[in-house]
Design a protein around this ligand. Structure first.
Ligand SMILES: [Zn+2]
Length: 203
């Protein structure tokens, strides 16, 4: 399409518009901002993007994104290895860590079951979680399901609870104190800490 922009600007706009939540208007605003930035500032952004892609990979144990594999949390001997908090995304894990609300280990599912978006149970790291529990020497006694308290998060929690039945671990769900439909990523640290400490056994 003829937009009046030169090719390099067009290319930047196209890349920015691929980001989630960024429509053509926002892409234009960001592109203008970058064009006005001193070169070293804009290049810092480019280098930061390149570095995360080069240095960060998913932890083979929990699925968190980190520079080391197993990640810093899985390698931290001071953490309680008998409890695993299952979260949907690394963003949720980061929110719980920021809140200082958990001293156990984590398991990152990589999303939640959402058939309408084409996400099925097989697309998530549920098999990896079962493998982890069955591993000889596993110290895990309790799995806390910390998927978000909305329709899909609750559905995923139910699916997980069934998958974990008979694995010899206690299965609990973070408390309903969190407003239904809210998300771990955005609630306050205090609410999050209450939801985790007030967890209840699942059927
Ligand atoms: Zn890990």
């Amino acid at each position: 399409m003829a937009s009046g922009y030169s090719e390099p600007v067009e290319r930047l706009l196209a890349e920015l518009a691929r980001l989630p939540g960024i429509g053509p208007r926002s892409a234009e605003r960001l592109a203008y901002h970058i064009l006005r930035q001193p070169p070293e500032e804009a290049i810092r952004l480019a280098i930061a993007i390149r570095d995360v892609k080069k240095l960060i990979r998913p932890c083979r144990v929990c699925g968190h994104l980190d520079e080391q594999d197993p990640c810093r949390i899985c390698s931290d001997e001071s953490r309680d290895r008998t409890v695993v908090l299952v979260v949907e995304t690394p963003k949720d894990l980061a929110a719980v860590e920021r809140a200082g609300a958990w001293r156990g280990l984590y398991h990152v599912l990589g999303g939640r079951i959402a058939p309408l978006d084409g996400v099925e149970a097989e697309d998530l790291r549920i098999g990896d979680l079962l493998d982890r529990l069955r591993e000889p020497g596993s110290e895990v006694r309790e799995v806390v399901i910390g998927t978000n308290p909305d329709v899909e998060g609750d559905g995923t929690a139910l699916y997980l609870a069934r998958a974990l039945a008979g694995e010899g671990v206690r299965v609990t769900r973070i408390a309903k104190g969190m407003p239904t439909g809210s998300s771990i990523e955005y609630v306050s640290g205090a609410v999050l800490a209450d939801a985790i400490s007030g967890r209840k056994p699942m059927e």
